[in-house]
Design a protein around this ligand. Sequence first.
Ligand SMILES: Nc1ncnc2c1ncn2[C@@H]1O[C@H](COP(=O)(O)OP(=O)(O)OP(=O)(O)O)[C@@H](O)[C@H]1O
Ligand SMILES: [Ca+2]
Length: 884
Amino acid sequence: MDRHRQTPWHTLKLTEVYQALHTSEKGLADAEAVERLRKNGRNELCSKPPKTIPQMLKAQILDPMVLILIGAAAFSAILQEWTEAAVIFTIVIFNAIIGIVQEKKAQSSLEALRNMSTPTARVLRQGEESVISASKLVVGDIVILGDGDMVPADLRLIDSANLKVQEASLTGESVPSEKDAENILPEACPLGDRSNMAYASSIVTYGRAAGVVVATGMDTEVGNIAGLLDNQDDMDTPLKRKLNAVGKTLTVVGLIICTLIFAIGTFYHRPLIPQFLLAISLAISIIPEGLPATATIVMALGVQRMAKQNALIRKLPAVETLGNATVICSDKTGTLTLNKMTVTHIAVNGDFETGTTTPVESVAKQHPEVYRELVYASALCNDASIDPGRKGAVIGDPTEGALIYMARAFGIDHEELEDKYPRVFEQPFDSERKRMTTVHRINGKWTSYTKGAVDEMLPLCTHILTSEGVRFITEADRDNIAGLCLSMSKNALRVLGFAMRILPILPSDDDESVEFDMTFIGVAGMIDPPRKEVADSVRICRRAGIRTIMITGDHKATALTIAKELDIYRKGNTVISVEDLDAMTDDELDDAVKTTTVFARVSPSDKLRIIQSLKRSGEVVAMTGDGVNDSPALKAADIGVAMGVTGTDVAKDAADMILLDDSFTTIACAIKEGRRVYRNIQKVIQFLLVGNIAEILTLFIATLFNWAAPLLAVHILWVNLATATLPALALGIDPASKNIMNHKPVKSGTLFEKDLVRRVITQGIFVAAMTICAYWIGASIGSHVTGQTMAFSVLAFSQMLRAFNQRSNTEPIWVRDEGINPWLILSFVASAILMACILFVPTLQSSFQLTRLDGTQWLIVACLSLMSILQVEIAKIIKKSNHK
Ligand SMILES: Nc1ncnc2c1ncn2[C@@H]1O[C@H](COP(=O)(O)OP(=O)(O)OP(=O)(O)O)[C@@H](O)[C@H]1O
Ligand SMILES: [Ca+2]
C-alpha cells in the first residue's frame, strides 16, 4: 500500500479519490472487501510482543535471592555435599517453573481481556449500512461517523455536518478542529489543518460525517508515529504496589533476622555452611515474592469471571475499587430500562385541549393526514437506520428507531422520504440542548424539522399547527401541552416534541441556529420497559450498603415513575430536577445528595458536579455513561462504567469498566466479584504470611537458645514450594461467601486491616510453638533426626490444614456457606502426595535427611498439626462471643 501512503488525499477531488481507490460513494462489494482484507491485513496497530518464556526465565534466574541460592548450591557441590546441592538446585528450578507459569497465566488472561474490547465501525458496503469490527475495515470502505466515535482509520471525508474532531493523540492539540468535506487543500497543508481528512485514533466530539478509508492499520498516520504500542503497564495496580511495598518491608525485616540468626549461630560456633544455607533459605521463604504474582492472578481470574457476566474490566485497579463502592449512579435509558423504545401514543393540535393521546396503532389506519407533519418530522429528523440483515434491528439511537417504526405504521418509509427530500442542513442532537434539527426542501420551501425534549422546545415556539392551519401559540396552549406531557410522563412514557419552521433562505454553516420562531406540531410518547431484574439488584445493593442513584436526561415525572417501579426511590428520598440543581450552592447540594435517589433532566456536565459532591461526602462512586460529554464524569468517578451496546467509543475509552449488556444488574454482579477478589486476596495474604512467620520464629528461637536446628534449609524451601503455592492459588479462587453482599462496603486501603495483622501474628506464633514442640518431643523419644522429621511434618501439615480455616475469619471451619472449593481439596491432595514422596520414598527421604516415624510419633504429629486448626477455630469463637 506504499502507493497510497504517498498520495496527498487532501488535495484530490472526491471523484479522483474514488478512482484511485477503486470504490464509490456506495462502498465496496463484500467480496472485494474480503479480498482486500486478505491482501493488506487487518486494520490494527501492532503491539509490542508480550514477554517471552526465555525472557521470563532470565528474570527469574537473575533474581538476587535465587542467584545466592544457586551460589549456595554450587558451594555445597564444591564441598561435595551432593544431595544438598541437588535438592537446592531442583527446588530452584521448580520455583522458576512455578513463577513462569503464574506469570504466563496472568499475561494470557489480561491478553484475552484486551481482545474482547475491540471497537466497531459503521460501514457502507454496496449501499447497505452495517456495523463491523473496526479491524476488518479496508482501504476504499465508506465509514459513517457520529459523535463520540473514535475514527477507526484514516479517512478522506466525503460528507460532513458540523463535524468537530479532537486530534490530540496525533497533533497534541486538544481543542477539537472543525472539519468540512467540501474543502480541497494545497499539498503543503500540515496534518492538523487538513480539514477534509479524519485520522485514525482521533475522536469525533460533535456532528456527523462519512468518509472513505484511505489507510488502515500501521499505514495510518498514527501507526506511523506510534510505532509499537506498549501494553504491559496496565498490570500495575494500587493493590500490587501495596503488596510490593509490604514485600519490601518483609524483605528488610527478614534479612535482618536472617543476619541475626547467622551472627548468633556463628557466635555459638555452629557449623558455618549449614548456618549460611539456613539463613539464605529463610530469607527466600520470608520474601513473599509469590504474593504480587498470586494477587495478579486472583484479580485476572476475577476479571475473567466478570467478563463472563458481561462486565468488562478495562483497568485492573477497578476490580479493587469495585469492592469498596458505596454509591452507583446509573443512567436510566438502557441501564435501568431495556432501551427497546416503541411509540405508543401521539397527540397533535386538538388533543392538547382535551388532554388525550391517541394510540399509534388505531390512528395509523384511520386518518393519517392530520399527522402528516408529525410523521415527516419523525422520519426526516432522524439519524437511525434499520438493518435489514439483523431482523430489522435499529442502527443508531433506539429513540429514533422507534420513530422510524412509527412512520412505517403510517405507511411512510423513512429512506424513501429522505431520498425525496434530502437533508440540506442540520443541527445534530446533543444532550445539553436536548434537541436536533434538520432542513429539507419540501414543495419548493426550505422546511426545518426539530425534535427534542418538550420543555426545551416550547419556549422556542411562537406558533402551533392546528387542523385549521398555523396560528399563534397561546399561554393556554402551552399549559395544555405541558399538562399532557406531564400525565404521559407519569405513565412512564418518554415524551418527545416536534416542531417545524419554513425558512426564508437556506441557512449557511455559519448560522448560529435555526431553532426559533418554530411552529409546534405535536408530541409522541414511547414506552421503554424497565428491566425486570433491576429491582432485585437494587435491593441487593441496598443490603450491601450501596445506594443506587438514577441520573437521567429524561423528565422528572418519567424518571420518578420508573424509579419507584425499580425500588430506587423510596419514601423519604429526594428527587432533584435540573432547575433545583442549578439553584443549589455546593454546600446545599452536599447536604441534599445524602438522600437523593433521582436526578432528572440533567446534562452530562451536571454529572460531574454530582460526582464531586458525592466524593466530598466520602462516597466511593461508580458512575455510568454513554455519550461524548459523559467522559469527564466517567474519569472523575472512582469507577467509570460505560455502556457496551449504546456507549460511544469515547465513553468506553474513558471508562474503567464496560457493561457488555448495558444492564444495571451487571454492575451489581461486578461489585460482588470485586468484593470476592478483595476478600480472597486477604485470605491468601493471611495464609502465606502465617507460614513465613512460623518458619522464621522457629529458627530464630532455636538459634537464640543455641538449640540444635529443628529444621534444615531444604525443609524450609520444600514447605514453601510444596505446601504453600497450590493452596494459596486455590484460596485465591475461593467462592464468595453468601454473606458477601450482606455487609457494608469495606473502606478502601484496608487490605492489611488490624485484625488481619493480629491474626497473622498470633497464628504464626502458635504454629512456631507447635513446630518447636514437635522437635523436642521427637528428639527426646527418638533422635535429633526424628525431631527434625516431626517438626518438618507438623510445619507442613498444619500449613496444609490451615488453608481450610482461612476461608472465613468468623464462620467455623465446618460451616461451608460458600460451598465446597474443589480446588482447595485438590491442592491439599497434591500437597499431600508431594509430602508422602519425601516422607516415604527411601532415596528422597534420605536426601532430605528425614527418617521413618513410628505410630506414636505419627499420632503426635497429627495432634500437633490439628492443634493449629483448633487454635484458629477457638479464636473465631472467642471473637464472636466478644462481639455479642
Ligand atoms: N435523538 C434525539 N433527538 C432529539 N431529542 C432527543 C433524542 N434523544 C433524546 N432526546 C431528548 O433529550 C433528552 C435527554 O436525552 P439523553 O440521551 O441525554 O438522556 P436520556 O436518554 O433521556 O436519559 P438517560 O440519561 O437516563 O440515558 C431526552 O429525554 C429527550 O427528550
Ligand atoms: Ca443517555
